[in-house]
Design a protein around this ligand. Structure first.
Ligand code: SF4
Length: 331
Protein backbone atom coordinates (compact mmCIF):
# COMPACT_ATOMS: atom_id res chain seq x y z
CA UNK A 1 0.00 0.00 0.00
CA UNK A 2 1.74 3.16 -1.20
CA UNK A 3 0.85 6.82 -0.67
CA UNK A 4 1.57 9.78 -2.95
CA UNK A 5 0.75 13.44 -2.68
CA UNK A 6 -0.28 13.92 -6.34
CA UNK A 7 -0.41 12.18 -9.73
CA UNK A 8 3.25 12.87 -10.43
CA UNK A 9 6.34 11.28 -11.92
CA UNK A 10 6.99 9.32 -8.71
CA UNK A 11 3.60 7.61 -8.90
CA UNK A 12 3.83 7.03 -12.64
CA UNK A 13 7.35 5.60 -12.25
CA UNK A 14 6.23 3.19 -9.51
CA UNK A 15 3.22 2.05 -11.58
CA UNK A 16 5.46 1.45 -14.57
CA UNK A 17 8.00 -0.50 -12.53
CA UNK A 18 5.28 -2.71 -11.04
CA UNK A 19 4.26 -3.76 -14.57
CA UNK A 20 0.48 -3.72 -14.00
CA UNK A 21 -1.63 -4.85 -16.95
CA UNK A 22 -4.87 -3.09 -16.03
CA UNK A 23 -5.38 -0.37 -13.45
CA UNK A 24 -8.68 0.81 -11.96
CA UNK A 25 -8.71 4.56 -11.35
CA UNK A 26 -11.01 5.49 -8.48
CA UNK A 27 -11.98 9.13 -8.64
CA UNK A 28 -13.92 11.21 -6.08
CA UNK A 29 -16.73 13.50 -7.27
CA UNK A 30 -14.67 16.69 -7.24
CA UNK A 31 -12.09 15.26 -9.66
CA UNK A 32 -14.46 13.62 -12.16
CA UNK A 33 -13.90 16.27 -14.85
CA UNK A 34 -10.17 15.42 -14.95
CA UNK A 35 -10.64 11.64 -14.79
CA UNK A 36 -10.30 10.94 -18.53
CA UNK A 37 -7.16 13.06 -18.86
CA UNK A 38 -5.61 11.37 -15.81
CA UNK A 39 -6.46 7.93 -17.19
CA UNK A 40 -4.81 8.77 -20.49
CA UNK A 41 -1.73 10.09 -18.69
CA UNK A 42 -1.38 6.89 -16.66
CA UNK A 43 -1.86 4.75 -19.77
CA UNK A 44 0.79 6.63 -21.71
CA UNK A 45 3.28 6.55 -18.84
CA UNK A 46 2.80 2.91 -17.87
CA UNK A 47 1.53 0.98 -20.89
CA UNK A 48 -1.32 -0.41 -18.73
CA UNK A 49 -4.99 -0.15 -19.63
CA UNK A 50 -6.90 2.14 -17.26
CA UNK A 51 -10.58 1.63 -16.42
CA UNK A 52 -12.70 4.05 -14.37
CA UNK A 53 -15.44 2.53 -12.19
CA UNK A 54 -18.44 4.87 -12.34
CA UNK A 55 -19.89 3.93 -8.95
CA UNK A 56 -19.58 6.91 -6.64
CA UNK A 57 -16.66 6.46 -4.31
CA UNK A 58 -17.08 7.96 -0.87
CA UNK A 59 -13.90 6.91 0.84
CA UNK A 60 -10.98 4.54 0.93
CA UNK A 61 -13.46 2.12 2.48
CA UNK A 62 -15.22 1.13 -0.75
CA UNK A 63 -12.62 0.15 -3.37
CA UNK A 64 -13.88 -1.48 -6.55
CA UNK A 65 -13.69 -5.27 -6.46
CA UNK A 66 -12.09 -7.42 -9.19
CA UNK A 67 -15.32 -7.75 -11.21
CA UNK A 68 -16.18 -4.08 -11.03
CA UNK A 69 -12.67 -3.20 -12.19
CA UNK A 70 -12.69 -5.73 -15.08
CA UNK A 71 -9.95 -7.85 -13.55
CA UNK A 72 -7.56 -4.97 -12.81
CA UNK A 73 -4.46 -5.92 -10.87
CA UNK A 74 -4.11 -2.52 -9.14
CA UNK A 75 -6.17 0.45 -8.03
CA UNK A 76 -5.14 4.08 -8.02
CA UNK A 77 -7.33 5.86 -5.49
CA UNK A 78 -7.44 9.64 -5.71
CA UNK A 79 -8.23 11.98 -2.83
CA UNK A 80 -8.10 9.50 0.05
CA UNK A 81 -5.57 8.22 2.55
CA UNK A 82 -5.44 4.48 3.23
CA UNK A 83 -7.60 3.01 5.96
CA UNK A 84 -4.94 1.10 7.77
CA UNK A 85 -6.96 -1.67 9.37
CA UNK A 86 -8.98 -2.93 6.39
CA UNK A 87 -8.19 -5.72 3.97
CA UNK A 88 -7.89 -4.60 0.36
CA UNK A 89 -8.83 -6.63 -2.72
CA UNK A 90 -5.63 -5.81 -4.64
CA UNK A 91 -2.53 -3.61 -4.72
CA UNK A 92 -3.63 -0.01 -4.12
CA UNK A 93 -1.88 3.32 -4.66
CA UNK A 94 -3.29 6.22 -2.64
CA UNK A 95 -2.91 9.66 -4.15
CA UNK A 96 -3.87 11.97 -1.31
CA UNK A 97 -3.99 15.12 -3.46
CA UNK A 98 -2.29 17.26 -0.81
CA UNK A 99 -2.97 20.99 -1.23
CA UNK A 100 -0.10 23.43 -1.56
CA UNK A 101 0.41 25.69 1.47
CA UNK A 102 -1.72 28.82 1.12
CA UNK A 103 -0.84 32.28 2.44
CA UNK A 104 -1.34 31.70 6.17
CA UNK A 105 -1.47 35.32 7.27
CA UNK A 106 -5.09 36.13 6.25
CA UNK A 107 -6.23 32.74 7.59
CA UNK A 108 -4.63 33.31 10.96
CA UNK A 109 -6.18 36.82 10.99
CA UNK A 110 -9.64 35.23 10.61
CA UNK A 111 -9.00 32.89 13.52
CA UNK A 112 -7.78 35.72 15.74
CA UNK A 113 -10.86 37.84 14.97
CA UNK A 114 -13.24 34.97 15.75
CA UNK A 115 -12.09 34.70 19.36
CA UNK A 116 -11.55 30.93 19.49
CA UNK A 117 -10.44 29.20 22.72
CA UNK A 118 -6.71 29.55 23.27
CA UNK A 119 -6.28 25.83 23.93
CA UNK A 120 -7.25 24.53 20.54
CA UNK A 121 -7.37 21.03 19.02
CA UNK A 122 -6.46 20.94 15.32
CA UNK A 123 -8.01 18.45 12.92
CA UNK A 124 -7.83 18.31 9.11
CA UNK A 125 -8.97 16.40 6.08
CA UNK A 126 -6.17 14.45 4.39
CA UNK A 127 -5.65 17.10 1.69
CA UNK A 128 -4.77 19.69 4.31
CA UNK A 129 -2.91 17.65 6.93
CA UNK A 130 0.38 19.31 5.98
CA UNK A 131 -1.05 22.59 7.27
CA UNK A 132 -1.32 21.38 10.86
CA UNK A 133 2.35 22.08 11.61
CA UNK A 134 2.46 25.58 10.09
CA UNK A 135 -0.88 26.46 11.76
CA UNK A 136 0.35 25.27 15.16
CA UNK A 137 3.50 27.38 14.86
CA UNK A 138 1.65 30.50 13.69
CA UNK A 139 -1.05 30.21 16.35
CA UNK A 140 1.60 29.70 19.04
CA UNK A 141 3.08 33.07 18.05
CA UNK A 142 -0.29 34.59 18.96
CA UNK A 143 -0.54 32.92 22.35
CA UNK A 144 -2.45 29.74 21.42
CA UNK A 145 -1.61 26.28 22.66
CA UNK A 146 -2.56 23.77 20.01
CA UNK A 147 -2.87 20.00 20.21
CA UNK A 148 -2.92 17.43 17.41
CA UNK A 149 -4.20 14.06 18.56
CA UNK A 150 -3.30 10.57 17.44
CA UNK A 151 -6.40 8.60 16.59
CA UNK A 152 -7.26 4.94 16.29
CA UNK A 153 -6.16 2.21 13.89
CA UNK A 154 -8.51 3.34 11.10
CA UNK A 155 -6.64 6.63 10.67
CA UNK A 156 -3.39 6.93 8.71
CA UNK A 157 -2.17 10.19 10.28
CA UNK A 158 -2.30 12.21 13.53
CA UNK A 159 -4.90 14.97 13.29
CA UNK A 160 -6.75 13.25 10.45
CA UNK A 161 -10.53 13.45 10.28
CA UNK A 162 -12.61 10.73 8.67
CA UNK A 163 -16.37 11.12 8.50
CA UNK A 164 -16.70 7.93 10.55
CA UNK A 165 -13.79 8.39 12.93
CA UNK A 166 -12.79 11.49 14.87
CA UNK A 167 -10.60 9.74 17.40
CA UNK A 168 -7.74 12.13 16.63
CA UNK A 169 -10.01 14.77 18.22
CA UNK A 170 -11.60 12.74 21.01
CA UNK A 171 -8.12 11.63 22.15
CA UNK A 172 -7.30 15.25 23.10
CA UNK A 173 -10.77 16.52 23.98
CA UNK A 174 -10.02 16.86 27.70
CA UNK A 175 -6.97 19.02 26.98
CA UNK A 176 -8.58 21.66 24.74
CA UNK A 177 -11.36 24.24 24.89
CA UNK A 178 -12.49 23.69 21.30
CA UNK A 179 -11.51 22.38 17.87
CA UNK A 180 -10.53 23.97 14.60
CA UNK A 181 -11.10 21.79 11.55
CA UNK A 182 -8.99 22.74 8.52
CA UNK A 183 -10.56 21.71 5.25
CA UNK A 184 -13.43 22.44 2.89
CA UNK A 185 -17.14 21.67 3.14
CA UNK A 186 -19.30 20.84 6.14
CA UNK A 187 -19.18 17.06 6.02
CA UNK A 188 -16.22 16.71 8.36
CA UNK A 189 -16.86 19.59 10.78
CA UNK A 190 -20.50 18.56 11.31
CA UNK A 191 -19.45 15.01 12.08
CA UNK A 192 -16.76 16.33 14.39
CA UNK A 193 -19.30 18.55 16.17
CA UNK A 194 -21.45 15.49 16.84
CA UNK A 195 -18.46 13.46 18.09
CA UNK A 196 -17.11 15.89 20.67
CA UNK A 197 -18.76 18.05 23.31
CA UNK A 198 -16.42 21.01 22.82
CA UNK A 199 -17.25 23.74 20.27
CA UNK A 200 -16.07 23.23 16.69
CA UNK A 201 -15.08 25.78 14.04
CA UNK A 202 -13.97 25.10 10.49
CA UNK A 203 -11.59 27.04 8.30
CA UNK A 204 -11.46 26.55 4.55
CA UNK A 205 -7.80 27.14 3.68
CA UNK A 206 -8.60 27.65 -0.01
CA UNK A 207 -11.65 29.94 0.16
CA UNK A 208 -10.68 31.49 3.51
CA UNK A 209 -14.14 31.11 5.14
CA UNK A 210 -14.30 30.48 8.87
CA UNK A 211 -17.53 28.92 10.20
CA UNK A 212 -18.75 27.95 13.63
CA UNK A 213 -19.22 27.19 16.34
CA UNK A 214 -21.63 24.60 14.97
CA UNK A 215 -24.93 23.99 16.75
CA UNK A 216 -24.39 20.58 18.26
CA UNK A 217 -27.57 20.88 20.34
CA UNK A 218 -29.73 21.31 17.25
CA UNK A 219 -28.20 18.27 15.54
CA UNK A 220 -28.51 16.31 18.74
CA UNK A 221 -32.17 17.11 19.25
CA UNK A 222 -32.96 15.92 15.69
CA UNK A 223 -31.21 12.63 16.42
CA UNK A 224 -32.94 12.21 19.78
CA UNK A 225 -36.34 12.75 18.15
CA UNK A 226 -35.54 10.11 15.55
CA UNK A 227 -34.42 7.65 18.22
CA UNK A 228 -37.62 8.25 20.19
CA UNK A 229 -39.70 7.68 17.05
CA UNK A 230 -38.15 4.20 16.74
CA UNK A 231 -38.63 3.12 20.33
CA UNK A 232 -41.86 1.23 19.65
CA UNK A 233 -40.53 -0.55 16.56
CA UNK A 234 -40.77 -4.32 16.95
CA UNK A 235 -39.26 -5.41 13.63
CA UNK A 236 -35.80 -4.12 12.78
CA UNK A 237 -33.61 -4.42 9.70
CA UNK A 238 -29.88 -4.54 10.48
CA UNK A 239 -28.08 -3.25 7.39
CA UNK A 240 -24.64 -4.67 6.58
CA UNK A 241 -22.42 -3.38 3.79
CA UNK A 242 -20.62 -5.58 1.28
CA UNK A 243 -17.78 -3.02 0.96
CA UNK A 244 -14.64 -4.29 2.75
CA UNK A 245 -14.04 -1.06 4.70
CA UNK A 246 -17.67 -0.63 5.73
CA UNK A 247 -18.61 -4.16 6.65
CA UNK A 248 -19.20 -4.88 10.35
CA UNK A 249 -20.69 -8.36 10.42
CA UNK A 250 -19.80 -9.18 14.08
CA UNK A 251 -21.38 -5.89 15.17
CA UNK A 252 -24.53 -6.71 13.18
CA UNK A 253 -24.71 -10.11 14.88
CA UNK A 254 -24.35 -8.52 18.31
CA UNK A 255 -27.12 -6.04 17.48
CA UNK A 256 -29.46 -8.83 16.38
CA UNK A 257 -28.76 -10.61 19.68
CA UNK A 258 -29.47 -7.39 21.61
CA UNK A 259 -32.73 -6.90 19.73
CA UNK A 260 -33.86 -10.43 20.59
CA UNK A 261 -32.87 -9.94 24.23
CA UNK A 262 -35.11 -6.87 24.39
CA UNK A 263 -38.08 -8.69 22.85
CA UNK A 264 -37.64 -7.28 19.31
CA UNK A 265 -37.30 -9.06 16.00
CA UNK A 266 -34.31 -8.25 13.77
CA UNK A 267 -33.10 -9.47 10.41
CA UNK A 268 -29.77 -8.81 8.64
CA UNK A 269 -30.04 -7.12 5.23
CA UNK A 270 -26.96 -6.84 3.00
CA UNK A 271 -26.25 -4.19 0.39
CA UNK A 272 -23.48 -2.44 -1.53
CA UNK A 273 -25.02 0.86 -2.61
CA UNK A 274 -28.28 1.46 -0.81
CA UNK A 275 -31.29 2.84 -2.62
CA UNK A 276 -34.16 3.83 -0.30
CA UNK A 277 -36.57 2.01 -2.65
CA UNK A 278 -34.83 -1.29 -1.90
CA UNK A 279 -36.17 -1.13 1.64
CA UNK A 280 -39.82 -0.60 0.72
CA UNK A 281 -42.41 -3.33 1.27
CA UNK A 282 -40.36 -5.39 3.72
CA UNK A 283 -42.66 -4.97 6.70
CA UNK A 284 -39.83 -3.60 8.85
CA UNK A 285 -40.46 -0.69 11.19
CA UNK A 286 -36.95 0.71 11.64
CA UNK A 287 -33.36 0.14 10.57
CA UNK A 288 -29.92 0.20 12.09
CA UNK A 289 -27.05 1.00 9.76
CA UNK A 290 -23.81 -0.83 10.51
CA UNK A 291 -22.05 0.49 7.37
CA UNK A 292 -20.90 4.10 7.01
CA UNK A 293 -22.46 6.00 9.93
CA UNK A 294 -22.99 9.02 7.69
CA UNK A 295 -25.72 7.15 5.79
CA UNK A 296 -27.87 7.21 8.93
CA UNK A 297 -26.71 10.65 10.07
CA UNK A 298 -26.79 12.61 6.80
CA UNK A 299 -29.34 10.75 4.66
CA UNK A 300 -31.98 9.78 7.26
CA UNK A 301 -34.67 11.83 5.49
CA UNK A 302 -34.40 9.60 2.38
CA UNK A 303 -35.86 6.61 4.22
CA UNK A 304 -39.50 6.09 5.09
CA UNK A 305 -38.64 4.50 8.45
CA UNK A 306 -36.18 5.63 11.12
CA UNK A 307 -32.57 4.81 10.19
CA UNK A 308 -30.33 4.78 13.27
CA UNK A 309 -26.66 4.26 14.00
CA UNK A 310 -25.73 1.30 16.27
CA UNK A 311 -25.41 3.37 19.51
CA UNK A 312 -28.73 5.09 18.67
CA UNK A 313 -30.34 1.70 18.09
CA UNK A 314 -29.18 0.51 21.52
CA UNK A 315 -30.84 3.59 23.06
CA UNK A 316 -34.04 2.96 21.08
CA UNK A 317 -34.37 -0.62 22.36
CA UNK A 318 -33.54 0.42 25.93
CA UNK A 319 -30.07 -1.12 26.14
CA UNK A 320 -28.26 2.16 26.87
CA UNK A 321 -29.39 5.61 27.99
CA UNK A 322 -30.18 8.28 25.39
CA UNK A 323 -27.55 10.59 26.85
CA UNK A 324 -24.68 11.12 26.71
CA UNK A 325 -25.07 10.83 22.93
CA UNK A 326 -22.50 8.52 21.41
CA UNK A 327 -21.24 9.05 17.86
CA UNK A 328 -20.91 5.82 15.89
CA UNK A 329 -17.13 5.72 15.65
CA UNK A 330 -16.04 3.18 13.06
CA UNK A 331 -12.89 1.64 14.53
S1 SF4 B 1 -17.22 4.70 6.24
FE1 SF4 B 1 -18.11 6.61 5.46
S2 SF4 B 1 -17.11 8.26 6.51
FE2 SF4 B 1 -15.87 6.42 6.80
S3 SF4 B 1 -14.33 6.48 5.18
FE3 SF4 B 1 -16.07 5.30 4.40
S4 SF4 B 1 -17.39 6.79 3.35
FE4 SF4 B 1 -15.95 7.94 4.65
Amino acid sequence: METYSAVDDILLGDLRKAGHRRIALQVPAGLLPSASALARRIEEATGATVVIPTRACFGACDPPGPEESLGSDAIVTLGHAPILNMRRPMKEYFVEMRSPEPDLEPLIERVLKADLPHRLGLVASVQHLSLLGPFSRELARHGFTTEVGTGGRRLAYPGQALGCNYTSATSIEKEVGGFLFIGSGRFHPLGLALSVEKPVWSLDPLGGALEGPYHREKMLSRRLLLIESAMDAKKWGVLVSAFPGQSRVPLAQRLVAKALKHGKDAVVLTFDRLDARDLLGRGLEAYVMTACPRIALDDASQYDRPMLTPPEFLSAIGDRPLLPYRFDTFV
